[in-house]
Design a binder for this molecule. Structure first.
Ligand code: MG
Length: 403
């Protein structure tokens, strides 16, 4: 371990006097739209090169007309003609499909790729972007969960920095500025505990997706909101942190902090702890990932200590929320285990959102899929892809056998 494992620079790659050219993968989602808000408030600092969306053609068209990127990609090819027709009178190029999504990141004019795709779908485009030497602002944590070892190695080989957008990891990154050479004794990731904090297994058995989709502090997409309710989001973040900061899982702790004001903490070897605080607002980590090491003036709402007389902390209830332990087990096992965990979780969350399984069954499915899948200690890219495919089949079969 140590600093050579870390992905952060001692040198500054950008000079903010020049405009930074940004590609946003997943521009119509929660992170994508907030990234465009950040960009809109600093027209002198950023230029939008690429926008991509999975299905939301209407919003993609609207964004393209406003931000005038070089090109757009609509991944679902069924919407291609609609986007093409709407942008016909402009010079914006329109592409469609998964392949276009992976290729478009290689464009010469791009400086930084912000990856806000959902789940496993972010893996291949991120690999392509790293190979093309693009700096990465990473919101798609599943990419590092699935293939963290491969991605971080590629990033080092290509001199690419991966800047975290995830609020906890951004917090740690912000605490590390000026300290990159100092060893980390412990990383402490904070978790809100989600909408079901303090609930029993008996209660969770019957919760609905509507209940699970109500996050107390953050307004996010459906997949990550369910992951937050089940604590899988924190499990994925532990794995993400291991790869981003080059620390082993034994040095990573999770603490529940229901107010979501402290976004995470680092403990250094002298016992000193640094924390990063603020109101829960994703625009701060998004902006910092795009402007590091500078901070740009922003009018985001400010935190007021007087309004939060008590910030509280408690241990996560891992007997009730088993996913956090499953994630720790997977990263300890290493190899393709986190990839299996992620695939099983994506299938389980989708099934829960279709009302096919109960909330607690998600953990059962992930555990069984981990047991039934073939373990590979040092997978290559093809083996990660195969693992993802096979694990999904196993989880689907388990769901069918239960219904
Ligand atoms: Mg997070």
């Amino acid at each position: 371990m140590g600093e050579e494992k870390r992905l952060f620079p001692k040198t500054v790659f950008y000079f903010m006097s020049e405009k930074k050219h940004v590609a946003i993968l997943g521009s119509t989602g929660s992170i994508g739209t907030q990234t465009l808000e950040v960009i809109k408030s600093h027209p002198d600092k950023f230029e939008v090169e690429v926008l991509t969306a999975q299905n939301n053609a209407d919003l993609l068209i609207q964004q393209a007309l406003e931000f005038r990127p070089n090109c757009v990609v609509i991944v679902n090819e069924l919407h291609y003609q609609k986007v093409k027709d709407a942008l016909l009178h402009t010079e914006i190029k329109v592409y469609a499909g998964e392949k276009a999504l992976a290729q478009v990141v290689e464009m010469d004019t791009i400086d930084v790729v912000l990856t806000a795709l959902v789940g496993y779908s972010g893996l291949l485009p991120t690999i392509k972007a790293v190979q093309a030497g693009k700096q990465i602002a990473l919101a798609n944590k599943e990419t590092l969960v699935v293939a963290g070892e491969l991605i971080t190695q590629l990033a080092r080989e290509n001199g690419v920095n991966i800047y975290p957008v995830d609020s906890e990891h951004s917090a740690i990154f912000q605490c590390l500025v000026g300290e990159f050479h100092n060893p980390i004794e412990k990383l402490i990731l904070t978790a809100s505990g989600g909408p079901f904090r303090g609930k029993t297994r008996e209660f969770l058995k019957y919760v609905t997706k509507e209940q699970a989709l109500k996050h107390p502090n953050w307004d996010m997409g459906a997949k990550i909101t369910i992951d937050s309710a089940s604590l899988m989001n924190k499990g994925l973040e532990v794995i993400e942190a291991k790869w981003l900061f080059g620390v082993s899982q034994e040095k990573i702790e999770v603490i529940v902090h229901p107010q979501s004001i402290i976004h995470s903490l680092i403990q250094f070897e002298d016992g000193s702890i640094k924390a990063q605080l603020g109101l829960p607002d994703m625009r701060i980590p998004i902006q910092f990932a795009l402007t590091y090491p500078e901070r740009l003036k922003a009018d985001f709402p400010r935190f007021d200590f007087a309004k939060y007389p008590s910030l509280t902390f408690e241990q996560p209830d891992v007997d009730t929320f088993r996913n956090l332990n499953l994630a720790f087990q997977a990263i300890k096992q290493g190899g393709n285990a986190p990839c299996i965990l992620n695939a099983a979780n994506e299938v389980a969350v989708a099934a829960f959102l279709r009302d096919e399984i109960g909330f607690l069954e998600m953990s059962d499915l992930i555990e069984e899929t981990l047991q039934k899948s073939c373990f590979i200690e040092h997978p290559n890219l093809e083996e990660y892809i195969e693992t993802d495919k096979m694990s999904r089949i196993i989880t689907e079969q388990l769901i069918k056998s239960k219904v």
